[in-house]
Design a protein around this ligand. Structure first.
Ligand SMILES: *Cc1c(COP(=O)(O)O)cnc(C)c1O
Length: 431
C-alpha cells in the first residue's frame, strides 16, 4: 500500500497498543479502514499539523470539525490561558456559562433554552431522554448512515423488513435497548410517511443529521426535511436536529437556517467547544423546562460548562461572526472540491465532490450519493490508494471513505492549490 518510513509514528503506535486497545482513544484514528500507521500529532497551527517525525500535513479533518478558525488561533489560546489561570473547574455556576448559552440562543433562534454538556454523545442521549420524557412515548426514529454518538439506543442498523425495528451495531447493546429504535433510509419520504401512518402516535422523536457528515457528506433534500417537520407536528413527535457536526459549520445558523426548518430540539458539539469538550442540547422552552432541577427528566455532568472549555468555545463563536467568515470558508471548500474533481477528470477517474459551507465530501462514484447505500457503492480500494498517496504528499484527509472533510478559515487559496497539485500527481499514479 504505502512505504511507511515514519519510524517514530511506528514506535509510538506499537507502544500505544500495549496500554490502549488498538492504540487509540477513538476507533477511526487507528487507520484500520485504510491500513498503514496512524500519525501521532505533536503540534498544529493554522491549516497544518505535524507528526512525530516532524512531517507537516495540510489538515482536512480539523479535529473532525472543531478547528474551524484554524489550529491554535491566538485569540482562542489567549482566552483559554486566561480562563485556566483562574482555576480549571469549580462544580458551581459561572458567568461564562450564561454568556455562551445566550450566544447560542441568539445565533440559533429555535433554541430558547440550552443545557451544556461535554460531548456530542451526551447531547443526543439527553435530547432523546427529554423527548421521551416529554411525550411519554418510547419509540424513536433514526436514519441509516447518520451517527449520533455511541449511546445504546442509537447504535442500531436497519432490521430485515422496512418497518421492523433495528439490530444493535455493537456488542454489549441488548436487543431490548434497541427494540424501540426504528431505522429508516435517509432521503426516503414514502418510507417515513409509512412509518408515521402505522405508528406515528407512538413515536417520541425523529433524530436526523440535516446535513449528514458521518456517511461522508450527504445532503438531506429540502423536501425530506420539510415532510419530516410536517409529520412530527401532526403526530406530536419531537423533531431533533443533530447539528453536532453541521452546526456553525455549514453556516452561522446551521442547517436549520440553510433549510429554513425549525426543529424542536437541537444537539450541538464540535465547533461550540473550539477544540475543548463543550456540547449542548436545547430548543423549545416548554420542552427544556422539563429538565432537572425544575422538571422530571434527569441529566447532569461534573464538568458540564467547564470554564476553560467554555472560554475556548466562546472565543471561537466570536471569531466565526467576523464579516465574510462563512463566505471565505465556503469558497475554500468549493475551490478544493472543484480542483480535485478537475484533477480526477484529467486522469480519467470516476470522482465527484460536494461542499456545504466549510464541510466537504468527495466520492469515487459517478454521481453524488444521496443515501448510505449509494455512498457505500464507491470505489473503496481507489479511495485507500488516494488517501495514502496524499498522505505521502503531506495532505491529511479523513482515513476512511465514510467521513466528511473540513476546511478552516486558514485554508487559503494557496493552501488549497497546493493540495490540488498534490492530488493531480496522485491521481496520475492511481489512474
Ligand atoms: C461527532 C458527532 C456526535 C458525537 O459527538 P462526540 O463529541 O464524539 O460524542 C454526534 N452526532 C454527530 C452528528 C456527530 O458528528
Amino acid at each position: 500500500m504505502t512505504t511507511d518510513s515514519t519510524s517514530k509514528n511506528e514506535i509510538l503506535f506499537a507502544r500505544a497498543q500495549q496500554s490502549t486497545p488498538g492504540g487509540v482513544n477513538s476507533p477511526v484514528r487507528a487507520f484500520r479502514s485504510v491500513g498503514g500507521t496512524p500519525r501521532f500529532i505533536t503540534r498544529a497551527e493554522g491549516p497544518y499539523f505535524w507528526d512525530a517525525d516532524g512531517k507537516r500535513y495540510i489538515d482536512y479533518i480539523g479535529s473532525w470539525g472543531p478547528a474551524i478558525v484554524g489550529h491554535a488561533h491566538p485569540q482562542v489560546i489567549k482566552a483559554v490561558q486566561a480562563a485556566a489561570a483562574n482555576g480549571l473547574s469549580f462544580g458551581a455556576p459561572t458567568e461564562g456559562e450564561i454568556e455562551i448559552a445566550e450566544e447560542i440562543c441568539r445565533l440559533l433562534p429555535s433554541i430558547e433554552q440550552v443545557r451544556l454538556v461535554s460531548s456530542g454523545t451526551e447531547a443526543t442521549m439527553s435530547a432523546l431522554r427529554l423527548a421521551r420524557g416529554a411525550t411519554g412515548r418510547d419509540k424513536i426514529v433514526k436514519f441509516e448512515g447518520c451517527y449520533h454518538g455511541h449511546a445504546d439506543s442509537l447504535l442500531v442498523k436497519a432490521g430485515s423488513g422496512l418497518l421492523t425495528f433495528g439490530n444493535p451495531t455493537s456488542a454489549g447493546v441488548p436487543e431490548d435497548f434497541v427494540k424501540h429504535t426504528l431505522v429508516l433510509d435517509y432521503n426516503n419520504i414514502p418510507q417515513l410517511e409509512d412509518a408515521f401512518a402505522s405508528m406515528g402516535d407512538t413515536i417520541a422523536c425523529v433524530i436526523v443529521e440535516p446535513v449528514a457528515g458521518n456517511m461522508n457528506l450527504i445532503r438531506a433534500t429540502p423536501e425530506f426535511l420539510q415532510r419530516m417537520r410536517e409529520l412530527c407536528t401532526e403526530y406530536g413527535t419531537v423533531l431533533i436536529f443533530d447539528e453536532v457536526m453541521c452546526g456553525f459549520r455549514v453556516g452561522l445558523g446551521g442547517a436549520q437556517e440553510l433549510y429554513g426548518i425549525t426543529p424542536d430540539l437541537t444537539a450541538l458539539g464540535k465547533v461550540i467547544g473550539g477544540g475543548l469538550p463543550v456540547a449542548a442540547f436545547g430548543g423549545r422552552a416548554d420542552l427544556m423546562q422539563k429538565m432537572a432541577p425544575i422538571g422530571p427528566v434527569y441529566q447532569a455532568g461534573t464538568l458540564s460548562g467547564n470554564p476553560v472549555a467554555v472560554a475556548a468555545g466562546m472565543s471561537t463563536l466570536k471569531l466565526i461572526q467576523e464579516p465574510g467568515f462563512y463566505e471565505r470558508l465556503g469558497a475554500a471548500a468549493q475551490r478544493l472540491v472543484d480542483g480535485l474533481t478537475e484533477a480526477a477528470r484529467e486522469a480519467g477517474i470516476p470522482f465527484c465532490g460536494d461542499a456545504v459551507g466549510g464541510m466537504f465530501g468527495f466520492y469515487f462514484n459517478h454521481d453524488i450519493p444521496s443515501t448510505y447505500g449509494q455512498m457505500m457503492a464507491g470505489d473503496k480500494e481507489r479511495f485507500n490508494r488516494f488517501f495514502h498517496g496524499m498522505l505521502d504528499e503531506g495532505v491529511y484527509f479523513a482515513p476512511a471513505m465514510f467521513e466528511a472533510g473540513f476546511v478552516s478559515a486558514q485554508h487559503t487559496d494557496a493552501v488549497i492549490d497546493e493540495t490540488v497539485e498534490a492530488a493531480r500527481r496522485v491521481f496520475k499514479r492511481i489512474g
